[in-house]
Design a protein around this ligand. Structure first.
Ligand code: SF4
Ligand code: SF4
Ligand code: FES
Length: 238
């Protein structure tokens, strides 16, 4: 193993440039370790975002050698060909500074897709229960694990072409709520995801499902939304 790594890091905002840093290589080093080394030892003005460092918060996502990844769970050894690494902010989102993107549009899309639970009970009622072995609960077994990291959104070509597109994560969220037997906003949610910027804009490229670090398949949920929208339209609900 070579002793140093040559790392190109995006500096600036929408306009900027890659700058190269020489970083010592270490055993079991992650890409987030590399970014942290640069910020602590070579350039304290480098801006980046992280919190948990163990793949739970989703805040450390960046573009590493052209692909969106969680940097805390990406080992340098698995990506650094010939001891070079390129680290950039996530695609499809405005850059605030260096490796930090503005996630507002990503989360606004969750609201546009009616990604908020609407229950039917008051706080005086007993808990509403979801049976773990019910078909609807099993349908979204993987999808409910989304941690909102933005990797899928950043990897989706349709978002690049059409920034109004709700994107895989917001549609995945809508799909989980559509299968939540306690929720009461089914028709409003289907109407929210039915438009030109909704589920029918997905071209099933699968990049989201291939890149999701949680192995969620938003494409499958989006296909389910397409079927549900058509069924609701045929019933005259939309
Ligand atoms: S679906 Fe996967 S890639 Fe997309 S935001 Fe959720 S966890 Fe991240
Ligand atoms: S499957 Fe659909 S949502 Fe996922 S990356 Fe492709 S176009 Fe985007
Ligand atoms: S720092 Fe939390 S997922 Fe990487």
């Amino acid at each position: 193993m070579a002793t140093t790594l040559s790392v190109s890091v995006w500096r600036g905002a929408e306009s900027g440039e890659f700058r190269i840093y020489e970083v010592p290589r270490l055993e079991s080093q992650t890409v987030l370790d590399v970014v942290t080394y640069i910020q602590r030892n070579l350039d304290p003005t480098l801006a980046y975002r992280f919190a948990c460092r163990v793949g739970m918060c989703g805040s450390c996502a960046m573009t590493v050698d052209g692909k969106a990844r969680w940097t805390c769970r990406t080992h340098v050894a698995s990506v650094a060909a010939e001891n070079r690494l390129e680290i950039a902010p996530l695609n499809n989102l405005p850059v605030i500074k260096d490796l930090v993107t503005d996630m507002s549009r990503f989360f606004d899309n969750w609201a546009r897709a009616k990604g908020r639970f609407h229950g039917m009970r008051s706080r005086k009622d007993d808990f509403a229960r979801v049976m773990p072995d019910s078909p609807q609960r099993k349908e979204v077994d993987g999808a409910i694990e989304c941690i909102g990291c933005g990797v899928c959104y950043s990897s989706c070509d349709v978002v690049t072409w059409n920034p109004e597109y709700l994107g895989p994560a917001a549609l995945n969220r809508a799909w989980t709520l559509l299968n939540d037997v306690r929720d009461t906003a089914r028709v409003a949610r289907l109407a929210a995801v039915a438009g030109d910027a909704g589920c029918h804009a997905c071209h099933t490229h699968m990049s989201c499902s291939e890149r999701c670090p949680k192995h969620i398949a938003p494409t499958a949920g989006i296909a389910g939304l397409k079927r549900a929208v058509v069924a609701a339209a045929l019933k005259g609900e939309l």
